[in-house]
Design a protein around this ligand. Structure first.
Ligand SMILES: [Zn+2]
Length: 413
């Protein structure tokens, strides 16, 4: 394979540092190399340094002159619902008219409309629609996404979604960490307990035997799965070797954060309603919080998670899009950086660490991606600006200039 010499970055934002998730003041340490460069061989980073040093080592490498732009590790989006059919444009318009979630659901909208469209789609059709979403992520500078099932809610339809993810992962270039979220909602034709039995007895063993997912997730919320039902599912998943994530404390503080701490989950996601005891539980168990400000914004809510308290408590905060057709229809990590800074008072540096190296650790991939260091995969993005803070400041504009995954430039579509 070929070698690449990336030269003349105004800032090569490496995120080099301790080989673990970053906490407290470490979230602000980006290890920026001004006038930086990087040598890449066989899809991996071979050397990082000043542009002049790298140029001397370049030999016959193909030169990529980024002409004073910013180079970052590709964003790692640790919470997405990337596989779904159709859209929720009617719901969106109803919300603009002030209709409530209940009114929208009654009119045939909400998650059920996406479940129906996803069930009706063939695997090939769903694959094509998901490929479009995958291209959106890359266009925003993201090189790895976690992606969940959860709009099938039958054994076959959940497997179909996970097979789409496997095809996408095999085809590349976007890197994918698949999650089984069978317990996303309770199907209309059964009780929550009946469905929990189905998830535990039929779905989980099948997903495990076909090795279709690394993680298991649940939607722990009033009207969906309570703490006991969530615990049953996640304990069964853990027995089968899945690592755990959870949608918790989004709409009500139901003790979901404490449940994730109790189970030793990788992450507890959402946390809009999590209070000090929940934060302390996450800290004690070293569970990473995944904050999703896009869904707060998308729903027109004002209750953002307590990011500052979490950082002060020593949690290794992660930011993600929660990309989905209903509550958070954005694939853009730069938009999430903007929301993190303006609505949750994170600094641009903290937001960037939460979107790259900390997100990589939350997916069990901190040793391969999330920073630009020797030996790691050459997943990086070039942005058309000269200071990384511009990404969080100029919102609503795509500054992405080029994206490389394992050293190969992703063609613009
Ligand atoms: Zn979600």
């Amino acid at each position: 394979m070929k070698s690449l010499a990336v030269l003349r970055a105004s800032q090569l934002v490496t995120l080099a540092g301790p080989k673990r998730p970053r906490v407290g003041a470490e979230l602000s340490e980006l290890s920026i190399i001004r006038h930086g460069g990087m040598l890449i061989r066989d899809g991996k980073i071979e050397a990082v340094g000043s542009s002049d040093e790298i140029e001397k080592k370049a030999g016959g490498a193909e030169v990529v002159d980024v002409q004073g732009k910013v180079v970052l590790p590709g964003f790692v989006d640790a919470h997405t619902h990337a596989v779904f059919a159709g859209d929720r444009l009617d719901d969106f318009e109803r919300r603009t008219r002030g209709e409530t979630y209940e009114q929208i659901a009654k009119a045939g909208g909400g998650i059920w409309s996406t479940v129906q469209k996803t069930r009706a789609a063939s695997e090939d059709d769903l694959f094509e629609q998901t490929k479009r979403h995958a291209a959106w992520f890359v266009r925003c500078g993201t090189t790895t996404v976690e992606a969940k099932s959860g709009y099938g809610l039958t054994l076959e339809d959940e497997l179909k979604m996970l097979r789409v993810l496997r095809r996408l992962k095999d085809q590349g270039p976007l890197q994918i960490a698949p999650t089984f979220l069978g317990a996303h909602a309770v199907p209309r034709n059964m009780s929550a307990d009946e469905y929990v039995d189905l998830v535990i007895n039929e779905m989980l063993p099948r997903v495990a035997s076909e090795q279709l997912a690394e993680f298991c997730d649940v939607f722990c919320e009033r009207g969906y799965f309570n703490v006991d039902q969530s615990r049953r599912i996640l304990c069964a998943a853990k027995e089968l070797g899945f690592k755990l994530r959870g949608h918790v404390d989004q709409l009500t503080n139901s003790g979901g954060a404490s449940l994730m701490a109790e189970l030793g989950a990788m992450t507890a996601d959402h946390l809009e309603q999590t209070d000090a005891p929940g934060i302390a539980a996450l800290r004690a168990a070293r569970v990473q919080p995944v904050l999703l400000p896009g869904s707060v914004y998308g729903l027109g809510s004002l209750r953002y998670p307590r990011a500052r308290q979490m950082i002060e408590a020593g949690l290794a905060v992660v930011l993600a899009t929660d990309f989905n057709p209903g509550s958070s229809p954005t694939p853009s990590m730069p938009m999430i950086l903007s929301l993190a800074c303006t609505q949750m008072k994170m600094s641009p540096a903290e937001a960037l660490t939460a979107s790259t190296i900390n997100a990589a650790y939350s997916l069990g991939r901190g040793d391969q991606i999330g920073s630009l260091e020797t030996g790691k995969l050459a997943n990086f993005a070039v942005f058309d600006c000269s200071d990384y803070r511009e990404l969080a400041c100029w919102f609503g504009i795509a500054l992405t200039d080029a994206v490389y995954i394992m050293g190969s430039k992703v063609p613009r579509r």
